[in-house]
Design a protein. Structure first.
Length: 211
């Protein structure tokens, strides 16, 4: 696995990036569309090249994504990892990284794509919420699901409390999904669903108990 290379894209805090680094995964570089993303400092602290490619320097989505692709491809990554990367991607970008582009989203997809996922889950009174790691397709927060972390919603839960518990689940499932990918244990079946090798299936986490 050590001959593999990840490029991680972020837009802000970088706590998922930190979990990926703590898991010892081979991050070659971290790129952000925002120069003020605190995750860039986390990468540098670990001695990992970190660079901002500000989207505000580009007139449109296409030229920004082209610039980002150029910076990513310098590293020839096996996998591009979106970790709180808050940009809508162009079809060209998604196509270019087809099969090697994954994302984490703070809901049990296909429920609650988009923003304010925890608030919307609380408004709806769902009893189970969570997070999803998935391959990226052109549709926003959509694509073959690799793993989900289910988090019980508690009576009188607050948005911050629920968000914190989901984030802890994110930090568990994202490094695991990346490791599976790098070990070649994930395959897409003819229906476009992720197939896990038998050994991987038994490790798959479905419920993250409240801790
Ligand atoms: C995470 O909760 C991640 O799931 C979410 O942004 C947060 C980034 O936190 N991503 C999305 O909403 C993507 N649709 P982090 O910067 O601390 O990892």
């Amino acid at each position: 696995m050590n001959d593999k290379r990840l490029v991680v894209l972020i837009s802000g805090r970088g706590s998922n990036l930190e979990a990926i680094l703590a898991a010892g995964l081979p991050v070659a570089a971290v790129l952000s569309n925002r120069a003020d993303a605190s995750g860039l400092a986390i990468a540098r602290k670990h001695g990992i090249p970190a660079e901002a490619v500000p989207h505000t320097d580009h007139p449109d989505r296409e030229s920004f994504d082209a610039a980002m692709m150029q910076r990513i491809d310098v590293w020839q990554p096996d996998l591009v990892v979106l970790a709180g990367y808050m940009r809508i991607l162009t079809g060209h970008f998604v196509q270019h990284y087809h099969g090697r582009l994954i994302n984490i989203h703070p809901s049990l997809l296909p429920s609650y794509p988009g923003l304010r996922t925890h608030a919307r889950a609380l408004e709806d009174g769902v009893k189970v919420h969570g997070c999803t790691v998935h391959f990226v397709t052109p549709a926003l927060d959509h694509g073959p699901i690799i793993v989900q972390g289910a988090v019980p919603v508690l009576a009188h839960d607050s948005e911050t409390g629920l968000a914190a518990r989901v984030l802890r689940a994110e930090h568990r499932i994202y490094p695991q999904a990346i490791r599976w990918f790098l070990q070649g244990r994930l395959h897409i079946d003819p229906h476009g669903r992720v197939e896990l090798s038998a050994a991987t299936r038994s490790e798959q986490s479905v419920l993250i108990p409240d801790d």
